[in-house]
Design a protein around this ligand. Structure first.
Ligand code: AMP
Ligand code: GLY
Length: 424
């Protein structure tokens, strides 16, 4: 069977790594991929938004299954396009991916189907937004409605800051058309968890629990990033929290999407805030989390391909997923300046020395090959991911790997997994 993975980040390297291990698979392609995926798959020089080129390739090469990593091609309708040409593809339709593509839609959906979430309002008018902000008080959260590459959320500490953020978004200065509508919501406190399930629209298989580390600096300080590290399992997701997440968040959402005429197939990712034994939903994503995917797939014992294929074919009822008992931790190594403007082109050393460690895998994200060397080529560069019989052991191995890799200006958090240790 021939599989095409779409995307070129750490998540897609992890998907290629896992898919290539399947005895069902003879060849993996990755578009556009990165130097990490090049070692396991054939990279294609096609960007994730070049849907016609991706379709032409999949059609001509008779690709048996396409797996879509990032949100952008999903929101552009890649799944609808492939299916209309008889190709099997893992991911939600354009209408279903709207759950991530529009925060206003996703909040209204949660409200309609009684999914616990922060109180909110949706605005296109500055004066109305200001009135809401002044009524609610700070801290308060301002979100661009559309896709903004993980940067469209402002946690405002004062009402003035919130008003300015709304102005930036509504005027089109920030995030272009994605900011022409804003969601303003109550600031929630608690501990975050990433709760991912795979669903065909009726049957639901929850994945192992995970926790991301969004802020750039240790102790969750500084601006938010795409994610600076993740671990699995996440002890904050106790069996009772797991049950609440399923009953109060996932099941009503999957059923609600069917009722809305937007049946959801693929990975549904709920960003949860857990506090005092209760869950609230921060957001939905229509895809695997990055970097959560890296530790999750390292812990996945079963072959992922039959599960992905079953979703593409619309019937997950006969599938199950088994997990290794081990914990996994992923530490993201990033370029100087990230999440702002970052440096590129710095030569990375120590990759082979790190890879020599047992139970450790270095997933590439923003890397490139230049004159025979591996250089930095993005904000998040590598995801050094390790297994361990305990979280502590996985953390130690991951940081041993991180310690062997360097480049000029490298930055990473030194406290990935610490919250798990505090709970154990
Ligand atoms: P989102 O893309 O909506 O998940 O927001 C990105 C990040 O912003 C989340 O992972 C949280 O860290 C933070 N965040 C979003 N909404 C809220 C909220 N209502 N209260 C507190 N933090 C939030
Ligand atoms: N790591 C968070 C995300 O993928 O959205």
């Amino acid at each position: 069977m021939k599989v095409l993975v779409i995307g070129g980040g750490g998540r897609e390297h992890a998907l290629v790594w896992k898919i290539a291990q399947s005895p069902l698979v003879t060849k993996v392609y990755c578009a556009p991929g990165n130097p990490g995926t090049a070692a396991l798959a054939e990279n294609l020089p096609i960007a994730v938004d070049q849907l016609d080129k991706l379709l032409a390739f999949a059609y001509e090469e008779k690709i048996d299954l396409t797996v879509v990593g990032p949100e952008q091609p999903l929101s552009l309708g890649i799944v609808d396009l492939f299916e209309s040409h008889g190709l099997k593809v893992f991911g939600p339709s354009q209408k279903a991916a709207f759950i991530e593509g529009s925060k206003a839609f996703s909040k209204d959906l949660m409200q309609k189907y009684n999914v616990p979430t922060a109180a909110y309002g949706v605005f296109t008018d500055q004066a109305e937004a200001e009135a809401f902000i002044n009524r609610t008080g700070a801290p308060i959260v301002v979100k661009a409605d559309g896709l903004a590459a993980g940067k469209g959320v402002i946690i405002a500490q004062t009402c003035e800051e919130a008003v300015a953020a709304v102005h930036d978004m509504l005027s089109g200065n920030a995030f272009g058309s994605a900011g022409s509508r804003v969601v303003i919501e109550e600031f929630l406190t608690g501990e975050e968890a990433s709760f991912l399930v795979i669903t065909d629209g009726r049957n639901i298989i929850p994945l192992a629990s995970a926790q991301d580390h969004k802020a750039i600096f240790d102790g969750d300080q500084g601006p938010n990033t795409g994610g600076m590290g993740a671990y699995s399992p996440a002890p904050v997701v106790t069996p009772a929290i797991h049950e609440k997440a399923m009953q109060q968040v996932i099941i009503p959402t999957v059923e609600g999407m069917v009722a809305e005429g937007r049946p959801y197939r693929g990975v549904l990712y709920a960003g949860l805030m857990v506090k005092d034994g209760e869950v609230k939903t921060l957001e939905f994503n229509a895809r695997f989390g990055d970097p959560e995917c890296q530790p999750l797939l390292m812990r996945m014992k079963s072959d992922i391909v039959p599960v992905l294929m079953a979703v593409a074919e619309g019937d997950l009822s006969k599938e199950k997923i088994e997990w290794h008992d081990k914990a996994a931790v992923c530490v993201v190594m990033a370029s100087e300046g990230y999440p702002g403007d970052y440096r590129k082109g710095d030569e990375i050393s120590g990759l082979d020395q790190a890879a020599a460690l047992d139970e450790l895998y270095v997933f590439h994200a923003g890397t490139a090959q230049k004159n025979g060397a591996c250089v930095t080529n993005g904000g998040r560069v590598l995801g050094v991911t390790a297994l361990g019989s305990t979280v502590k052991e996985a953390i130690d191995t991951a940081y041993k790997g991180v310690g062997r890799i360097s480049w000029s200006g490298v930055q990473y958090r030194s406290d990935i997994g610490k919250k798990a240790l505090e709970r154990l």
